[in-house]
Design a protein around this ligand. Structure first.
Ligand SMILES: [Zn+2]
Length: 357
């Protein structure tokens, strides 16, 4: 049996919902404008002040639609560099002996939570692309031989897997709030490794445990209901496990390390990897490192076939050519760069499994 890994990048989520990542701040202020709810007033105040002071953007006086926002990577990247260099920014300090210090530290957390709130709000798959993929694989009996690896924090793929009866999701880590044997009564568990974290994980830094919030996204609970987002065991405030898109990716969380290790072990066993909606960007050095390891640390390096499905309507030829070059210069000639879009693949994944090696 051919074992397969499906690697989902941002493009797979973008195909399902409106592409929010590129215009995250505008989406957030639209959300605030249209819902009369600021989600978290302290967060709103600090983010607004940051844009006013460092980017000369006055949210209160201008129409959100006409403002030019920095990218999320830029807004967070400046704060990350200040922390690394132990320097302060105008009106934004690091921790010092004054009681209300470390505005930078708070702001970094707010930006990550803001991103989570926007993703959660937008997180729906009206065309059921993820469901269609999962159900297609299940009908063809291919689900158990498929490992899913995703860089997305949204729960589109989790929700699609949860809708298939008798299967459980194996995230590669043990959640403190779930019985470790919870999967044993099911037909099987499907491996889903979320290598940049997930909106429905909450981490207790004191107990060093992680919880899975099944009925809601735990991160949203942090914003809306602080009192009930304490660790049940030690009452510490829980933290999100999310590696935001920034130049300095911090992957040091112990549970993320476990997930990366599980992903590596699983990828060593597969004969093919299908990249969906992933552009193999220059900034993702950790992923390139992982791919090079699993490609070369196997008995027969030539047994691994790699397929790329990342086309979309209106994608220009120049973008396609440079993306194809990125993949092949790093992974070699065994890469097959298809002209398929994620929508094409999910329609009938089993038939593509048969035509691919
Ligand atoms: Zn705790």
């Amino acid at each position: 049996m051919v074992k397969t890994a499906i690697f989902l990048g941002g493009g797979a989520s973008a195909a399902a919902m409106a592409p929010v990542q590129a215009d995250l701040f505008r989406e957030y202020f639209r959300l605030v404008r249209d819902s009369d709810s600021v989600i978290n007033s302290e967060m709103y105040r600090e983010v607004t002040a940051y844009f006013a002071t460092l980017f000369d953007i006055d949210i209160t006086k201008n129409d959100v639609e006409n403002l030019l926002f920095p990218t999320f990577e830029e807004a967070l990247g400046i704060l990350d560099l200040a922390v690394r260099r132990r320097e302060a920014l105008k009106d934004f300090d690091l921790e010092n002996i004054s009681k209300n210090s470390n505005r930078i530290g708070f702001l970094r957390q707010y930006l990550v939570l803001l991103m989570a709130a926007v993703l959660d709000y937008k997180s729906s798959d009206p065309r059921d692309l993820h469901c269609s993929m999962i159900q297609g694989l299940e009908r063809a009996g291919l689900l158990m031989d498929t490992t899913f690896i995703t860089t997305n924090y949204d729960t589109l793929i989790d929700d699609a897997l949860a809708r298939v009866p008798f299967y459980q999701i194996d995230y590669g880590i043990d959640f403190i709030n779930l019985n470790p044997n919870y999967a044993s009564s099911s037909a099987g568990s499907v491996k889903l490794y979320k290598i940049h974290g997930s909106l429905n994980w909450l981490y207790c830094p004191t107990c060093n445990t992680i919880s899975l919030t099944t009925k809601e996204k735990g991160i949203i609970r942090l914003l809306e209901d602080m009192k009930n987002s304490d660790c049940k065991r030690c009452q510490s405030v829980m933290l999100p496990v999310i590696v935001p898109p920034t130049f300095f990716k911090d992957m040091s969380n112990v549970f993320l390390s476990l997930v990366w290790n599980k992903a590596e072990q699983a990828l060593l066993e597969v004969n093919r990897i299908i990249f969906c909606g992933y552009s193999f960007s220059d900034a993702d050095m950790h992923i390139k490192y992982l791919m090079k390891r699993i490609q070369t640390n196997r008995v027969e390096p030539s047994s691994l076939h790699i397929y790329v499905i990342n086309n979309h309507h209106g994608k220009n030829e120049h973008a396609r050519i440079s993306e194809k070059r990125r993949y092949t210069r790093f992974l070699g000639r065994l890469v097959e760069y298809t002209d398929l879009a994620f929508e094409d693949f999910v329609n009938d994944p089993a038939s593509y499994f048969h035509t691919f090696h």
